[in-house]
Structures are given as structure tokens and as C-alpha cells.
Ligand binder design. Sequence first.
Ligand SMILES: [Zn+2]
Length: 393
Amino acid sequence: MTYKRLTLRHKRAARGRGFFATGRGRSFFAARWGRSFLAAGRIGAARIAAGICAAAAALCMLILIVAAASAPKPLQIYFIDVEGGQSTLFVTPSGHSLLIDTGWAGNNDRDADRIVAAAKSAGIRRIDFVLLTHYHADHTGGVPQLAAEMPIGAFIDHGPNREQDADTEQVFEAYQKVLADKGIKRITAKPGDVLPITGLHATVVSADGAVLEKPLSGAGEANPACKIAEKLPDDASENQRSLGTMITFGKARILDLGDLTWDKERLLMCPANKLGRVDIFVVSHHGSETSDSSALVDAIGARIAVMDNGATKGGDPATWLRVRNAPVLEDLWQLHLIEAQSSGEQVHNVLDRFIANLAGADTGHYLKVAVWSDGSFDVVNSRTGATKHYPAR
Ligand SMILES: [Zn+2]
């Protein structure tokens, strides 16, 4: 009996708790297992979802990194403030570099320091080529200071100095000493030469008083601006020997003629325009009265002009008007507010936002142009941080 009772109790107990229990027991277990299963399912799904999201995020990050790495990069051009001299740094997307002129000597290495700062900003530690347009102190004076601060691959110039002026001779000798002391390669260029710079195409258009004999590809149209009579005495200085270049990056064309004077401009531009159209014009000779003739500025049809003037150097009123009023020109940018002219004439200036350095303490702000191969470009004013975009035309 005891056995029977026990068996019965065990059977009842087994019915209530057993795995194959029926009735209330089954619902209880089923519900418990179901909740566990569902809960486990939710956790699993959440983990899977989290895994997918993490994988997707990683994939997105990878795509962004790859896209950033493969996105087209611009040619960077720094118009460095050397207080009325010239120093313009070109850095290609692959990090190759060309510096046109070095600014002045002296001033506690001010100009060399500013060039090094611009190079650092562009991510380079050496300059592949330093092109000297001519041997005046505001262009070549800074060579010893720069060479002391930064490695230079090679110099490019127009040949011997032919100006018998004590300052110019001293600047040229200091340059020759740097070449000899450091064993840096010197390239002498002539019109028509293509400079050996990777990542951009630079053709010499003027050097040592000579200019291109034939028009550049796509150029050669008759130039109606040659009829505008501007007659000045021919220049006999180093200025008219300036080494000028047409730089092409993709569809963009950039013209830098150093301090080339009006008489050599006419040889380049009259009766036919040997240069063709330009997007970015580095205003010749800081905007001085003997350069930037109508024959040049009207015919090149630049979209923007950048004037490397100082507070009281360059920016001659008549020249400023010729450059600013040139057909097609969208904007003139100035490295400095023009505060006064030695002639006492009333000065002209663009709006402040187009000027890198205003009156007062000089902090050496630069203008930077980022040029894309489709011909579009941005101008950044380092004083304001503002950027102006110029779409491809
Ligand atoms: Zn100059």
C-alpha cells in the first residue's frame, strides 16, 4: 500500500512537474521556456544587429577613408606676405613644390620664417625648386636665410645678372655663394622651356629680356588692346629680364611674370596674344606703374588677380585701375591695404575682405588659392578665415 500510494504520489508528482507534463504544468514550462527562448532570441538578434551595425560602421568608415584618400586634391598656392616683395609657393597634390622668389633678406629672417610656415602648413619639409624671377632684393634677397632654414632641391633663374647696381650685385653674389656652399643645382631657363616639376606644367614665357617666339598651344589671337597707346621709356633694369611662367594644372592656367615691364609685355602680347587666357594672374611688379599694361591685362582675361603689394609699395593708382577694370576679372585680391603712394596720389583699394593685411601691426597674413583640375578654385584669406569659391567656367 505504501508502495502503491508512493507510486501514485510519484505519478501525480511526475504529471505535475515532469518534462512531458500536461495541463497547467505544460503551460508553465512552455511559457518559461518560451520567454527564455524569446529573450535569448532578442538578445541574439540584438547582438547580431549590433554586429551588423558595427560592421556597417566599420565599412562606412573604410569607405570614407578610401573616398578621402582617392578624392581629388587641389594644387595649393600660398601668396606669402613679404611686405611688397614676392614669394609664391606652389604645392602639388603629391607634395612636389615650386617657390617663386624668396622675399627680402634681413628683418630677423622674417620672410624666410613666413615661407617655412607656409611650407609647414602645406605639409612639406623641403622645397624642390626655387625659381628666382630676377635678382632684385625683394625677390632674391631672402635666398641665404631660406637656404639656412630649409632644404632646397634646385634653383631656376634667367642667367647672369646684367644690372650694374650695388644692391643687385650684392644680392646676386649672396645667391652664388649659397649655390657654391651648399652645392645646390642651378637651372638656367629660356623662353619655351618646360620646367622639370612633377604634378604641374610650367612653361617659361620670358627670361633675360627674351620672350616666347611662338604662341602657347591654343593662343595666338589678334589682341585689340594693342591699340591702346601706353608709351613709357623701355626698362633697362633687371625687371625686364624677369623669368615669367605659365603654369597649368588640369584646366586651370596661372600666369606669373615677376616684375616684367610693359615693353616686354608688348612683345608677348602684340600684335597677337601669345599667352592666351588665364584664370589666376599674379599681378606683375606688385602693381607698379611700369607693368600690367592694357595689352596684357585686357587680353589674358583673368578671373582673379592677386597683387603682392606692400602698405606703401606697389598698387600704383593707374595700374590698380587697369587691373581691376580688366574685362572678365571677377575679383582683385591684395596682400596689403594700400595706405599711401610716394607720388601722393589718392590710392585705390578693394573691400577689406579681399585684403590679407590691413593697417596696423603686421602679422603676415597670406592668401591661399586651392586649384582643382576641373578649373575651379577657392581663395582663402588667412586673416578672416573666409573662403570664396570660383566654379569652373
Ligand atoms: Zn619686385
